[in-house]
Design a binder for this molecule. Structure first.
Ligand SMILES: [Zn+2]
Length: 265
């Protein structure tokens, strides 16, 4: 339970950080067109929500919780696309990605486990951020919604799958679409496949450095203050902001990484 709570906390914290403008922008919802009848909607909550009008009906990825925000989300979708939500997909089972499912199900939408019955979509699953992460490729907009496998506002959180699961998940994403595909993380700005590859390299470097320092007998505190560790951490955030991971969260990230290293040995 503690494990689950921590994961959820990191998501919420990641969401808050990803929001950028912070709590002051409580009512704002960012609308980003990514193709014909395809949008990323980002409420103040910080979760990147996908919405697509398709021949088979309107598809929604990752509605977040919160009655007020869901009313706003529903209105926004209607004004942009003029249709009700028909199908819901979730990248994973954290509240900030599926907390709004029941709101739309009550209004007639159908929750799908994957996109296999939806024309124009492709999906892939892995265990990385959670024991079941699913990514969705929308062909018409050439966008891939990857949930919290990739986060451009936080450090990686590959706690369920370890480094092996992480690489499996990233490679599954890289196998979808083409080199121009837009990679939409669960939180933070969308990026490219080149940036995703960099994120993969930084994550490998992070684990290797933590392992190296741990083998040399360094404590979590030593690791936290290591110059190379600080440099790698900063690279997880392409828009540099000082201390984007607070100290306490950094300590937890190091501890979790050490646990995973021990498990994988
Ligand atoms: Zn999550």
């Amino acid at each position: 339970m503690k494990h689950l709570l921590w994961l959820i906390t990191t998501c919420y914290l990641g969401a808050a950080l990803g929001c950028g403008a912070g709590l002051a922008a409580e009512t704002a919802m960012t609308v980003q067109p990514i193709g014909n009848d395809a949008y990323i909607l980002t409420p103040a909550y910080g979760t990147n929500i996908g919405v697509f009008k398709t021949a088979g009906g309107l598809v929604l990825i990752d509605p977040m919780p919160g009655e007020d925000q869901l009313v706003q989300l529903e209105q926004q979708i209607k004004s942009l696309l003029g249709a009700p939500v028909q199908f819901i997909l979730n990248t994973h089972a954290h509240a900030d990605h599926q907390g709004g499912n029941s709101y739309f199900v009550q209004k007639g939408a159908v929750l799908l486990a994957d996109s296999s019955h939806l024309a124009g979509f492709q999906s892939a699953s892995a265990a990385s951020h959670t024991t079941l992460d699913t990514v969705f490729y929308h062909k018409a907009s050439n966008s891939i919604f990857v949930g919290d496998i990739y986060d451009r506002s936080w450090h990686p959180t590959f706690y369920a799958g370890g480094l092996a699961g992480f690489h499996q998940a990233i490679n599954a994403i890289l196998a979808l679409g083409d080199n121009q595909s837009l990679i939409v993380p669960g939180h933070g700005k969308p990026g490219s496949k080149a940036e995703l590859r960099q994120f993969q390299l930084h994550t490998t470097a992070w684990v290797a450095r933590v392992q190296q320092l741990s083998r040399a007998g360094k404590t979590v505190d030593d690791i936290k203050n290591d110059a190379e560790i600080k440099r790698i951490l900063q690279q997880f955030n392409p828009e540099p902001t000082a201390d984007f991971v607070p100290e306490q969260a950094l300590v937890r990230f190091i501890e979790r990484t050490l646990t995973l290293i021990k498990k994988e040995q």
